[in-house]
Design a protein around this ligand. Structure first.
Ligand code: OAD
Length: 232
């Protein structure tokens, strides 16, 4: 393995699958017969706010019954023990990385436990149901919505992510299908800047051809193995 100082890890729904969270594009990925792409759009929120809020209320409620798995715990160990640079970028809106103890991380697609004011842009920590028309504590407008990046909206923290990808010696993608951009393109950006690339996924993803190495299997096995290898 080459000399590695700086690591960027991208995670997707597959890392939370063994905690009991359904992936988006696998079995059980439909919700009340809707594809995620049909529910998670600004147009859907405008057309049927009850439906969109119910979708995220159900996912938020599910968080109380699930726990981080061995893969989340392994990344938290990496976070605690890796002496170099590290950024864990998750596409997941659950809180399992944080609950495992990871700190050097960000949520590029938003968070279930946060509400966003569509009027003033304020963010509010949120537990429980979020009915449409809830009032923003900051500005008072009845405009709180789930703090989720919908299809067609700009993911969060792209500048920080681009900077980290530009400096990475190693880019590792875990449990993501490579179906949704810009995250699906991170491997190409990292390669362009000279990073080594590794994919850990249950099966070859849409972007597998871009990775220098792909390891196939459950995240709960592959991630602890990889972290042990990196930490030596
Ligand atoms: P997907 O559901 O598209 O892909 C999950 C990937 O995880 C698949 O490639 C599976 O093979 C793999 N997988 C399943 N179980 C696994 C396991 N136990 N171990 C390892 N891998 C496993 O989910 P994402 O790629 O995360 O966006 O989806 C990307 C985005 O699409 C999501 O963030 C979400 C969705 O629309 C928003 O909500 C904005």
């Amino acid at each position: 393995m080459r000399d590695i100082q700086s690591i960027v890890v991208l995670t997707g729904a597959g890392i939370s699958a063994e905690s009991g969270v359904a992936t988006f594009r696998g079995p059980g990925g439909l919700w009340e017969g809707h594809r995620v792409e049909d529910v998670c759009t600004p147009q859907a929120l405008q057309r049927d706010p009850e439906l969109v809020h119910r979708f995220y209320d159900a996912r938020r409620a599910q968080l109380t019954g699930i726990e981080p798995n061995a893969a989340h715990l392994a990344l938290a160990r990496l976070d605690a023990e890796w002496p170099g640079e590290l950024l864990i970028v998750t596409q997941n809106v659950d809180d399992l990385h944080e609950r495992a103890g990871a700190t050097r991380m960000l949520h590029m697609h938003g968070e279930l436990k946060s509400a966003l004011c569509a009027a003033c842009g304020a963010r509010e920590p949120w537990e429980g149901a979020l009915p449409p028309g809830s009032a923003c504590p900051a500005c008072g407008t009845a405009a709180l919505r789930p703090d989720i990046v919908f299809f067609g909206e700009m993911p969060y923290r792209m500048e920080a992510i681009d900077r980290a990808l530009g400096e990475a010696d190693l880019f590792v993608s875990i449990g993501t299908s490579g179906a949704v951009y810009p995250a699906a393109g991170f491997v190409q950006t990292a390669r362009y800047h000279g990073a080594d690339t590794l994919e850990l996924n249950l099966e070859p993803s849409g972007g597998s051809i871009w990775f220098a190495e792909s390891r196939m299997g459950p995240a709960g096995v592959l991630v602890p193995e990889w972290v042990a290898q990196v930490l030596g």
